[in-house]
Design a protein around this ligand. Structure first.
Ligand code: PLP
Length: 364
C-alpha cells in the first residue's frame, strides 16, 4: 500500500469541476485585480472566522508583515515569537526592521509558553506573535493578559489553523490574525494567497492601503505601501474550497483520532491536546528519538512523512548574524531533530490510516 503525505488532487476532487467553473467565470469577467470576487471571498472568510473584517493579501508572509507594519512595528522594536516555527513568522518581523525575540515552546503542545513570553518582555518589546502550530490553538488568554499589561500588539499566525477554536471561539474572532492560503494549508489556493482578519477598523484601513501601494484613492499615495493583493482568480477558487472546509476538517479530525487511539502503545510521543483546544490537524506530529531511521523504514513501507521543521530559525544561516548560539533554545533544537509529521489528508482512507498505524506499531 502507498500512503502519500498529502494528496491535493484527491482532497479537492469533489469540487474540481466547481473550481474550474469559477476560474472560467473570472476569466470571462475582465476583472483581474481586486473587484467583486475578492470582496466576496473576504466577506465569506470573515464570516467563517467570525471576524469583523478580512483583507486578502498576496501570501501569508505579507499578511504577517502588513499586520505588524499597520500596528506600527518598526526599526529596533522587539517582537516576541516562538523559537519553533516556520521561518516566515520571523521574516515578517525582520522585514519591519524589528528584532525577533524567540522563546521556547511548551513541552507537550509545542505552542508558545506564556511564562517564557512574560519573562522575555523588555522596554523595547512592542508585539507578541502566537503561532497556532500544526493547527492547534496556542493558549491565548495568558498572552492577552501579558499584551494588555504591557500595551503590546498581539498577532496570531493562523497559517496552519483555519477553523480551529480556542475555548469554543473560532481563531480570528478575537484580535488580529494572519492567514496563508499556500496550496498545502488546510484552506489552500492554486498558487499563493493570504489574508489578515481583524476587529480593529483602524488597523484594517491601514492594511487595505498598505497592500495597494499605500493608496486608498487611486493615484493618491499616503504611505509607501507594497503590491500585495489577493488575486480574484485565487479568491474565486478559495471561495469554492471554503464551502468544503468544515467537511475536510472533520476528515482530518477523524484521521487524527484514529492515530491517537491506534498509536497509544507505540512508544512514540503523540500530540497533546488541551481540554479547551479544538485543533484542525494541519499536521499530525509525533516524535521519535531516531527519526532518520524511523522515517526511512516508513518510506520503505510506502508511507510518506514530512518534517516540520528540521532547522529552527535561530540556527538558519539567514540569522547567523543575529547573535544566537547553539544550545540557546534546547527544547526547540531537540524537537527539530525528533519531529515527524504523519500522512494527513482529508481524502485519506480508513485502510490507509490503519496501515500507517499497523506499520508504526511493528517498527517503533
Ligand atoms: C505557511 C506559513 C506561513 C507563510 O505563509 P506563505 O503563504 O507561504 O507566505 C507563515 N507562518 C506559518 C506558521 C506557516 O505555516
Amino acid at each position: 500500500m502507498k500512503v502519500p503525505f498529502l494528496d491535493l488532487l484527491a482532497a479537492q476532487s469533489q469540487v474540481q469541476l466547481e473550481i474550474e467553473a469559477a476560474i472560467k467565470r473570472v476569466a470571462n469577467s475582465g476583472c483581474y485585480i481586486l473587484g467583486p470576487e475578492l470582496l466576496n471571498f473576504e466577506a465569506e472568510f470573515a464570516k467563517f472566522t467570525a471576524a469583523k473584517h478580512c483583507i486578502g493579501v498576496a501570501n501569508g508572509l505579507d499578511a504577517l508583515c502588513l499586520a505588524l507594519k499597520s500596528a506600527g512595528i518598526t526599526t529596533d522594536d522587539e517582537v516576541i515569537l516562538p523559537a519553533n516555527t516556520y521561518i516566515a513568522t520571523w521574516l515578517a518581523v525582520s522585514q519591519c526592521g524589528a528584532k525577533p525575540v524567540p522563546v521556547e515552546p511548551l513541552k507537550d503542545t509545542y505552542n508558545i509558553d506564556p511564562e517564557a513570553v512574560a519573562a522575555a518582555v523588555t522596554n523595547r518589546t512592542r508585539a507578541i506573535i502566537a503561532v497556532h502550530l500544526y493547527g492547534q490553538p496556542a493558549d491565548m488568554d495568558p498572552l492577552r493578559k501579558i499584551s494588555n499589561q504591557y500595551g503590546l500588539f498581539l498577532l496570531e499566525d493562523a497559517a496552519q489553523a483555519h477553523g480551529a477554536r480556542y475555548k469554543s471561539l473560532p481563531i480570528g474572532s478575537v484580535g488580529t490574525a494572519a492567514w496563508s492560503f499556500y496550496p498545502s494549508k488546510n484552506l489552500g489556493a492554486w498558487g499563493d494567497g493570504g489574508a489578515v482578519t481583524s476587529n480593529d477598523p483602524d488597523l484594517v484601513e491601514k492594511i487595505m492601503s498598505l497592500r495597494n501601494y499605500g493608496s486608498s484613492v487611486k493615484y493618491v499615495n499616503d504611505v509607501q505601501g507594497v503590491n500585495s493583493r489577493l488575486d480574484p482568480l485565487q479568491a474565486a477558487i478559495l471561495n469554492v474550497k471554503l464551502s468544503q472546509l468544515e467537511a475536510w476538517t472533520n476528515c482530518r479530525k477523524s484521521v487524527a483520532a484514529h492515530y491517537s487511539q491506534g498509536l497509544v502503545g507505540s512508544g512514540l510521543v503523540l500530540p497533546a491536546v488541551r481540554s479547551w483546544a479544538d485543533p484542525v490537524w494541519h499536521l499530525y506530529v509525533i516524535r521519535h528519538p531516531q527519526r532518520q531511521k524511523f522515517q526511512k523504514r516508513l518510506k520503505q513501507a510506502g508511507i510518506e512523512t514530512g518534517i516540520h521543521y528540521p532547522i529552527p530559525p535561530h540556527q538558519q544561516k539567514a540569522y547567523a548574524n543575529a547573535g544566537f548560539s547553539k544550545g540557546q533554545f534546547p527544547l526547540s533544537e531537540q524537537f527539530s531533530k525528533e519531529v515527524i509529521s504523519l500522512p494527513m489528508c482529508p481524502a485519506q482512507s480508513q485502510q490507509q490510516t490503519d496501515y500507517v498505524i499497523e506499520k508504526i506499531n511493528s517498527l517503533a
